[in-house]
Design a protein around this ligand. Structure first.
Ligand SMILES: [Zn+2]
Length: 415
């Protein structure tokens, strides 16, 4: 057994279900706390003075007055990509538009080109490098999407790379097939070509992904100029029939009624939601589809349009938070900055943000029984912050507060 003592605080949401509304503000906070881990799970969480004497402690860790929170659960990332786009970002700063950059071969097309050219081994190494950064910033579980292959072979290559990386990753990875991320460069010319790509996804890619058990979830980007509502619905219904649970990139740049579509499909999450309508908010509030907000994307695109987090929470929707880690619009692995943006830009409280970044994320991945909170019985996915209390997570912004991380009881970061 491992004893972690001399914690100034443990701060965690509680339970094995999603938390919504005003309940998102109530964390369980224990001062002068200790935690005991056995066989990868929490067996005691409470005041240090109450640690049962009979426990056989093999390892004793002094937390030196740090604060324990659950490991972050990042439920929207595009990890298995090759190539980065920093020059394009600098061109945007100099005034070029996204359309001009795309017309000169930049944008998502450049990521597709680089990812197609990369070997599976390179993608494995890329995923592991990013997972290592995620772990150092406190993430213990992350969803990861394909979607830069945009042909059958390369979509499968991305998902196989995720599977291989999972065996060595310090972060637990949950794979999603996002073949419906965009139309491949070679299929953009006509409506028939675009429909052909949707048919390829449904008829060839999804069955191969299901056969090889390479994805738990299937996602689609329903947006003006990308996939129509009908195309997104066809892809996600086909995926569901093959055993994959839908997620949806919804209402990011325009209101496409994506939130209501996600709810009607029983999707695990509707993601982005910067332009979600009142109707969409009402639909989410009455459902178990998680409103997954990605404020790093608004921040990095220098937009003043953030998802209406306050309205969603006050209406009763389940809200989670993610990095959207990707080479174009949100190149960060840090859930700490996401929590900071959620509070400082979207006006969520620190308690709501921590709940959204842990337990509600776990719920959207179907893992709320296993992770997302610090409670006896759950997997010991745990972060120790170099901070006297959880409020420092936002108050002391822009630095890495993570000192120690346990993933399933295994020490993965030891600062
Ligand atoms: Zn995305």
């Amino acid at each position: 057994m491992i004893l972690i003592r001399h914690l100034s605080q443990v701060a965690t949401p509680v339970g094995t279900a999603a938390v919504r509304g005003s309940a998102m503000r109530s964390l369980h906070v224990i001062d002068r706390a200790a935690i005991v881990i056995d066989e990868g799970r929490f067996v005691f969480v409470g005041p240090e003075s109450e640690v049962p004497k009979e426990l056989r402690i093999a390892e004793d860790i002094d937390a030196r007055g740090g604060t324990a929170i659950p490991g972050f659960v990042d439920t929207h990332t595009h990890l298995p990509f090759a190539g980065t786009r920093e020059s394009e970002f600098n061109r945007r700063l100099r005034g070029e538009t996204y359309e001009q950059i795309a017309a000169s071969g930049g944008g998502i097309a450049s990521s597709v080109h680089a990812t197609r050219s990369a070997s599976e081994e390179q993608l494995v190494e890329n995923v592991l490098a990013r997972a290592d950064t995620m772990a150092r910033y406190g993430t213990t579980t992350a969803e990861a999407k394909s979607g830069y292959g945009l042909d059958k072979a390369c979509e499968l290559k991305q998902l196989r790379a995720l599977k291989r990386a999972s065996e060595r990753s310090p972060v637990r990875l949950v794979p999603t097939c996002l073949a419906a991320h965009e139309f491949p460069p070679e299929s953009r010319g006509s409506t028939a070509a675009r429909d052909g790509w949707v048919s390829t996804i449904i008829g060839e890619i999804l069955p191969a992904v299901a056969e090889a058990k390479l994805a738990v979830f299937c996602d689609a980007f329903v947006e003006r100029g990308v996939f129509t509502r009908e195309q997104g619905e066809d892809v996600l219904r086909a995926a569901r029939a093959l055993g994959m649970t839908p997620r949806l990139h919804a209402d990011e740049f325009t209101d496409s009624d994506g939130a209501a579509l996600a709810v009607s499909l029983g999707a695990a999450s509707a993601d982005h939601l910067m332009q979600v309508s009142d109707r969409g908010i009402a639909a989410l509030a009455k459902s178990n589809t998680v409103a997954n907000l990605l404020p790093g994307t608004s921040f990095f695109l220098m937009s003043d349009r953030y998802a209406p987090a306050r309205t969603l929470i006050d209406a009763g929707a389940i809200v989670s938070l993610s990095t959207d880690c990707n080479p174009g619009s949100s190149m960060t692995e840090s859930m700490q900055i996401v929590v900071q943006l959620a509070t400082l830009q979207m006006k969520m409280t620190v308690e709501e943000s921590l709940t959204a970044a842990t337990l509600n994320g776990a719920y959207s991945l179907g893992l709320a029984n296993e992770t997302g909170s610090i409670e006896p019985g759950k997997r010991a996915d745990l972060v120790i912050l170099d901070a006297p209390n959880y409020l420092h997570l936002v108050y002391h912004f822009g630095v890495n507060l993570v000192r120690v991380v346990f993933n399933g009881g295994r020490l993965t970061v030891d600062g």
